[in-house]
Design a protein around this ligand. Structure first.
Ligand code: ADP
Length: 480
C-alpha cells in the first residue's frame, strides 16, 4: 500500500505542537509494517535551516509550475528524507508563502494553506505515481479531500486514491471569508451548508470532515465527545452526520526518546525492575525546586500550557487544601497571566513545599516527569494529551479528569489493576477527593509498587497506533 501523509509540521523538520510528533513518528511505524509511505510538507524556512543543520540530502524534483489558483505565484518541489530513515519527504517550495520564521507566521494563512494543498495534488499528478491513500491532517489540509472529490474527480491518477482526514484539534478550524473560494478556484456550488459553508464563511476543516472517506481524531473518547454541543465547537451536527466513518486513534509516544533507562535529560536512570534512580531523581528535583529534601513526602507535578482548557481553575481551588495534606507541589508552565500569578503566589505562601517555574523548559519538564510521584492533569477537554503518557512511562502516577485521551489512557487503580486516578464531573470537590484517594495509596507501599509497575508497562507505543491507522487506511479504500 502506498500512502502519502500530508502535514504542515513534521518532527524534527518543523515542530510547533503535537501534530509534528504524529507526522514524524507515524510514518516510521507504518514503514516498519511494510507500508510504502511518503510525507508532503511545506518547505518552511525552519525546514531549510534544519535540512542544513542535520546535513540531510536535498534534491529538486520539479521545476516551477503553475497551480491553477487565482495567483501568479508558482510552486516547485524538493525532496529530502525523514532523519534516520529513507522515507521521502516532499517539500513544497514558494518564497512568498513559506519564508516566515514561524511556520504559522504567514500574513495570509488561508492562501498559504490552499497553496500548499493544491501544490501537493499537482505534484502527485506531475510525478505521475498514484497513491492508494492520502492522509491529510488538521485544517490546513482540509480542502484536499474537497479538491479530490470535485476539481480532480475525473483525473485518472486519483481514481483509486482514498482519503483519511485526522482532526488533531477541533478548536482550530480554518474559517475564512467566502472570497477564498475564488482564490482556491473551487466550484461555487460547494458554498452551502452541506458543503464547505459555515455561518456565511468558508470552513476548511468542515470540508475535510465532509469530503474524506474516513475521518478520525486522536482518541476514541474525544471522537465521541465532539459529536455533542459541549465539545463539538459548532461542528457537532456535521460530525454526527459522519459518525459512520468517524474513528478515534490514540497517538503514541516515542519510546526511544522517552526512556527512563537512557534519557540523557534526567540525572539518574531507572527501569521498572530497578527503581532506585527514580528516588534519586526525586531528591534532585526537590533540591532544584527549593523544596525540603524528604523522600517520604509525595511530590505532585504539573507541566502545562497555563490556559483554561487544562482545568487549572480546579487546581487553584483545591491546592491550598491539598498542601495541608502534607504534599509537595511542582509546577512548570507559561500562559495566561491570571494563572502565572496565582501559582507564583502559591509558591510564596508555601516555601519549601511548593516550587513554581514560569517558563518553557523541555529539560526541566523531563526531570519533573521522572522526579515526581504524581502528575496532575484535570483538563476541561483533551483531544489526546501527551503529559499523562510521558508520566506513565516514567512511573509517575497520573491524576486526571476522565475526558478525551485522558479517559483512554488512564484507568482507575483498584489495588490490583489500573494505572492512575481520575474523576468525571468538572468540579473541584471531585478533584480534591481524587487527590486524597491517590495519597491513601501512596502510603501503602506494596500497592504503590503495583501501581507504578502498571503505569510503566502501559502500552503507549506508536506500533499500536500504526496498526489502527492501517485499519483505517483499508477501510478508506473500501469506502472509496
Ligand atoms: P497540549 O498539546 O494541549 O499543550 P499535550 O499534553 O498534548 O497538551 O502536550 C503538551 C506537551 O508540551 C507535553 O509534552 C508537555 O510536557 C509539554 N509542555 C507543556 N508546557 C511546557 C513547559 N512550560 N515547558 C516544557 N514543556 C512543556
Amino acid at each position: 500500500m502506498k500512502v502519502a501523509v500530508v502535514s504542515f509540521e513534521v518532527y524534527p523538520l518543523a515542530k510547533v505542537g503535537g501534530l509534528a510528533d504524529v507526522a514524524g513518528a507515524l510514518p516510521k511505524a507504518l514503514k516498519k509494517k511494510g507500508i510504502d509511505v511518503s510525507i508532503f510538507m511545506p518547505f518552511h524556512k525552519k525546514v531549510k535551516d534544519n535540512v542544513k543543520k542535520l546535513e540531510l540530502p536535498l534534491k529538486k524534483v520539479l521545476d516551477e509550475f503553475d497551480l491553477g489558483l487565482d495567483t501568479t505565484e508558482k510552486a516547485s518541489l524538493f525532496q529530502t528524507i525523514l532523519p534516520g530513515t529513507d522515507i521521502p519527504v516532499y517539500l513544497v517550495e514558494n518564497a512568498h508563502y513559506f519564508s516566515s520564521e514561524d511556520v504559522y507566521g504567514s500574513p495570509d494563512g488561508g492562501e498559504q494553506a490552499i497553496f500548499f494543498t493544491k501544490a501537493v495534488l499537482e505534484s502527485i499528478k506531475k510525478m505521475g505515481e498514484p497513491f492508494d491513500v492520502i492522509h491529510a491532517n488538521d485544517w490546513q489540509t482540509g480542502l484536499l479531500p474537497v479538491y479530490l472529490k470535485t476539481v480532480y474527480s475525473n483525473d485518472a491518477i486519483f481514481s483509486r486514491t482514498a482519503t483519511v482526514y485526522t482532526i488533531h484539534n477541533l478548536g482550530y478550524q480554518g474559517i475564512f471569508d467566502r472570497l477564498y473560494m475564488d482564490f482556491a478556484k473551487l466550484p461555487g456550488y460547494l458554498f452551502n451548508p452541506d458543503g464547505v459553508e459555515f455561518y456565511g464563511k468558508l470552513n476548511f476543516m468542515k470540508g475535510g470532515i465532509i469530503f474524506s472517506d474516513i475521518v478520525n481524531t486522536v482518541s476514541p473518547t474525544y471522537a465521541q465527545e465532539i459529536k455533542t454541543p459541549e465539545y463539538g465547537e459548532k461542528l457537532e451536527g456535521v460530525l454526527q452526520a459522519r459518525s459512520d466513518v468517524l474513528y478515534g486513534v490514540l497517538n503514541g509516544i516515542d519510546y526511544e526518546e522517552n526512556d527512563p533507562s537512557s534519557d540523557k535529560r534526567i540525572p539518574y536512570h531507572y527501569s521498572v525492575d530497578n527503581m532506585d534512580g527514580k528516588w534519586k531523581d526525586k531528591e534532585e528535583l526537590q533540591k532544584e525546586m527549593g523544596l525540603e529534601v524528604k523522600p517520604d513526602i509525595p511530590v505532585i507535578g504539573l507541566i502545562s500550557r497555563l490556559v483554561d482548557q487544562k482545568g487549572l481553575d480546579l487546581v487553584n481551588d483545591v491546592m491550598r487544601y491539598v498542601m495541608s495534606c502534607g504534599v509537595q507541589f511542582v509546577l512548570l508552565g507559561t500562559g495566561d497571566k491570571k494563572y502565572e500569578e496565582s501559582f507564583s503566589n502559591l509558591a510564596k505562601e508555601f516555601p519549601g513545599k511548593a516550587g513554581v517555574k514560569i517558563g518553557f523548559d523541555i529539560n526541566l519538564a523531563q526531570r519533573i516527569y521522572a522526579g515526581s510521584d504524581f502528575f496532575l492533569m484535570p483538563s476541561r477537554y483533551e483531544p489526546c494529551g501527551l503529559g499523562q503518557m510521558y508520566s506513565l512511562r516514567y512511573g509517575t502516577i497520573p491524576i486526571v479528569r476522565y475526558t478525551g485521551g485522558l479517559a483512554d489512557t488512564v484507568n482507575e487503580f483498584d489495588g490490583e489493576k489500573g494505572n492512575g486516578f481520575g474523576f468525571k464531573p468538572y468540579d473541584s470537590a471531585y478533584l480534591a477527593r481524587t487527590i486524597v484517594k491517590a495519597l491513601y495509596y501512596y502510603n501503602r507501599k506494596d500497592d504503590m509498587k503495583t501501581l507504578i509497575r502498571n503505569a510503566m508497562t502501559t502500552d503507549l507505543s506508536w506500533e499500536r497506533s500504526a496498526q489502527e491507522y492501517l485499519k483505517l487506511y483499508n477501510l478508506a479504500l473500501k469506502n472509496h
